[in-house]
Design a protein around this ligand. Sequence first.
Ligand SMILES: NC(=O)c1ccc[n+]([C@@H]2O[C@H](COP(=O)([O-])OP(=O)(O)OC[C@H]3O[C@@H](n4cnc5c(N)ncnc54)[C@H](OP(=O)(O)O)[C@@H]3O)[C@@H](O)[C@H]2O)c1
Length: 275
Amino acid sequence: MDFQHRYVLITGASGGIGTALALALAQEGANLLLHGRSETRLPDLAARCLQNGASSVKTCSADLSEQGDRMKLVNFIHREFSAFDTLINNAGISRFELFEQQSAEMIEQLITTNITAPILLTRALMPLLMENRERAPRILNIGSAFGAIGFPGYTTYCASKGALRLFSEALARELSDTPLKVQYLAPRATRTSINSTRAQAMLEATGSQSDTPERVAQAALAQLRSGKSQSAIGWPERLLVRLNGLRPELISAVLRKQLSKIKPLANTESTGAES
Ligand SMILES: NC(=O)c1ccc[n+]([C@@H]2O[C@H](COP(=O)([O-])OP(=O)(O)OC[C@H]3O[C@@H](n4cnc5c(N)ncnc54)[C@H](OP(=O)(O)O)[C@@H]3O)[C@@H](O)[C@H]2O)c1
């Protein structure tokens, strides 16, 4: 795939993985539309992308959990980015916290941002992607290893990413007789600010491995090039996902042994901590 002639929207480009994706695609000469919730970090990132070799860069801020803001982004694309051929649904939030302590508002925000928003954005942008069928259009959804393994402290996040995984799989199959390919990438823990101090402490306590956002970006580019519908990052995690599908009770037993390390850190009331 020659990214130089592609028109790519990255949602959540202002975040850790989004920024790495933007810079990697810029280096390949892509035309970029960088999205973030707030406008503040987008102009600097746009300038870096142009320095890195992007053919063109536009920016648009929108809160994707708000319908009006989603439409603002969709209208911007029709107006200013109509050769659009690649949608990367990357924006997302996470919360490491015992389920019983999660507020109804936080649960709703997680579900809206991580699953309702990408589904509705995909629905709104599919007609334009189909119009650009000769450009071999793509949708790449950024999921998580937690979309295939239910992990204590991440109940709602796991639910949202599991839903995104199945949405991607079903839509890829539904569109398999069209030129629009739908793809899903599951990174494991990645060193960005989405992970709170407590989440990072839990990753260390459980001996979990983590990647740089640049590694995730390279995996995303490789997946876009290959056309593969699903892929995951990290060997032990890929094995654990398979094992969880075949023998979930084995993974449950491993996690049960680690619960004494995970639960105190997921307990926001005892640590009185931030998200
Ligand atoms: N880091 C990890 O450990 C990890 C592992 C597996 C999967 N992932 C997934 O990778 C994706 C990127 O995560 P990251 O690690 O790069 O996180 P991050 O650094 O926190 O970036 C998240 C991005 O999403 C945007 N965003 C959040 N809520 C939004 C909303 N309501 N409307 C619009 N934009 C919103 C943020 O915009 P603002 O900056 O403007 O708020 C930011 O650009 C997420 O889907 C995440 O679930 C991350």
